[in-house]
Design a protein around this ligand. Structure first.
Ligand SMILES: CC(C)(COP(=O)(O)OP(=O)(O)OC[C@H]1O[C@@H](n2cnc3c(N)ncnc32)[C@H](O)[C@@H]1OP(=O)(O)O)[C@@H](O)C(=O)NCCC(=O)NCCS
Length: 172
């Protein structure tokens, strides 16, 4: 079971991902694609996108190879994001029942701060057409539009980039 719209009120919290999170993170990714992407992608494209999460072992290796954060609401996973290397936001998915409550904002705020602290000058994302407004309002600029094969389908995304503030933090 993943979080539903009944969980209200509590702001999202953050923690590093744990290997035991893998099954719920896969459920969040699949539900997010199936329920949030219907206006932007065809049923065939959604099916191909969901199928890209069929290989649990590959997914676990992908998360472990980067910096993966889990956002929780009332202690339950509500979304997750992966920073690959220093500069690439590689995954960002929020459970459909808790969208527009700042879950992605908390995750990407943290990735931007961690990226800057590691010396990244910018962050880049291959933004889905669902996520493009989210990244636009955070100051990510479109660089190019790509269409890539996934299974038997072709899916469009926009490469978007944001320069990070390199001002050293004065907080102690
Ligand atoms: C894109 C996504 C991650 C956004 O998650 P979220 O937790 O709902 O985002 P937030 O609540 O932090 O949104 C912050 C702001 O971004 C903008 N925004 C977010 N989703 C938006 C949408 N669907 N349409 C327009 N603006 C949107 C709004 O300005 C929003 O502020 P508001 O709710 O006060 O208006 C989520 O919709 C999702 O998981 N989508 C499906 C999977 C996907 O495409 N992942 C991205 C792969 S690159």
């Amino acid at each position: 079971m993943i979080l539903s719209a009944t969980a209200k009120g509590t702001p999202p919290a953050l923690r590093p991902y744990l290997p035991k999170d893998i099954p719920i993170l896969l459920r969040i990714a699949r539900a997010s694609i199936e329920q949030l992407a219907q206006d932007e992608y065809s049923p065939g494209q959604i099916e191909a996108w969901v199928a890209s999460f069929d290989d649990e072992t590959a997914f676990a290796a992908r998360l472990a190879a980067g910096l993966t954060l889990v956002a929780t609401v009332d202690g339950l996973p509500a979304g997750f994001a992966l920073l690959k290397g220093q500069e690439d936001i590689d995954l960002l998915y929020v459970a459909p029942g808790v969208v527009r409550r700042g879950v992605a904002t908390v995750l990407v705020d943290a990735l931007e701060k961690l990226g800057a602290a590691r010396g990244a000058k910018r962050l880049t994302v291959k933004a889905s057409d669902v996520a493009r407004p989210f990244f636009s309002q955070r100051g990510y600029e479109p660089e190019s539009r790509n269409t890539v094969p996934l299974g038997d389908e072709w899916l469009g995304h926009t490469i978007m980039t944001k320069a990070l503030d390199q001002t050293p933090s004065t907080a102690h």
